[in-house]
Design a binder for this molecule. Structure first.
Ligand SMILES: CC(=O)[C@@H](O)[C@H](O)COP(=O)(O)O
Length: 254
């Protein structure tokens, strides 16, 4: 498994901490799924106060603070500095929103903020589009991980552009890649792993499910299934049929 800035994840599920019905259900979702990373929004969840930060720290998983809700480089950089103080970590999930309806990242500001934060010693996890050139620019700015979107945040649409995500995997074979946002179902998470992605980050699909803890577990099982399938050389899809038993009386190929 690839490492994330030198750290091996205990497993490839990164789980958000927003919108759960209660703190107890949030904790249960982490326990039942065994998620390896918790992402937490400094701006959106700052109202919850010290008790909430404490609870997140006590989950016993790696913390990936994020800059959700930031629209400018200045806001994102300031929020990243706050996060480093609160959670004592160099990791920052850099979100810089550029479009109100789709919450599409502003990739121009994203690259600039990534460069500033990297020079300042941060380990940046950029939430980006599935654009190859933006990916290249983020790597050139010092990022060692890329987090392309599956679909707009909270949409639950799954992988909107499988072609582009596949192209990113092929273009950056050695870079840890995480599908971030838009996952709605376990099958979407499995699909991301089948493409050879290294992890999946999701929040809404679990937090807003009828039973968040059970959905978190379902996501983890799907991620494990997709990861295993990717490792064991799956067959290529074909247009034409091919008999499963090509030679009468011969059950095995060899
Ligand atoms: C919590 C978080 O980091 C989100 O901004 C993230 O992008 C997840 O998106 P979904 O809620 O669509 O899973």
């Amino acid at each position: 498994m690839k490492s994330f800035y030198g750290t091996q994840l205990s497993n490839p599920l990164m789980l958000g901490t927003a919108q759960y019905p209660s703190p107890a259900i949030l904790e249960q979702a982490f326990r039942d799924s065994g998620a390896g990373v918790a992402t937490v929004s400094l701006r959106r969840e700052s109202g919850a106060g010290q008790t909430f930060w404490q609870m997140i720290c006590e989950l016993g998983v790696l913390i990936l603070p994020n800059t959700a809700g930031c629209h400018t480089v200045k806001e994102a950089v300031t929020t990243a500095h706050m996060a480093r103080e609160v959670f004592d970590t160099k990791w920052i999930k850099l979100e810089l929103i550029g479009h109100t309806d789709s919450l599409q990242p502003d990739v121009f500001q994203l690259v600039e903020a990534a460069r500033i934060l990297t020079e300042d010693g941060f380990h940046v996890f950029p939430y980006t589009t599935d654009d190859l050139i933006v990916g290249e620019r983020l790597l050139a700015a010092g990022c060692e991980v890329l987090m392309p979107w599956g679909a707009p945040i909270g949409s639950g649409r799954g992988l909107n552009n499988e072609y582009a995500l596949r192209a990113m995997r092929a273009e950056f074979p050695d870079v840890p890649l995480v599908v971030d946002a838009g996952i709605g179902l376990p099958s979407h998470a499995a699909q991301a792993m089948e493409l050879g992605y290294d992890a999946v980050l999701l929040n809404t699909a679990v937090a807003r499910a009828g039973d968040p803890a059970a959905m978190a577990r379902a996501m983890m099982l799907a991620i494990e299934a997709g990861q295993l399938a990717d490792l064991v050389d799956p067959i290529e899809a074909r247009d034409m049929a091919e008999p499963s038993t090509p030679v009468i009386g011969k059950a095995f190929l060899s």
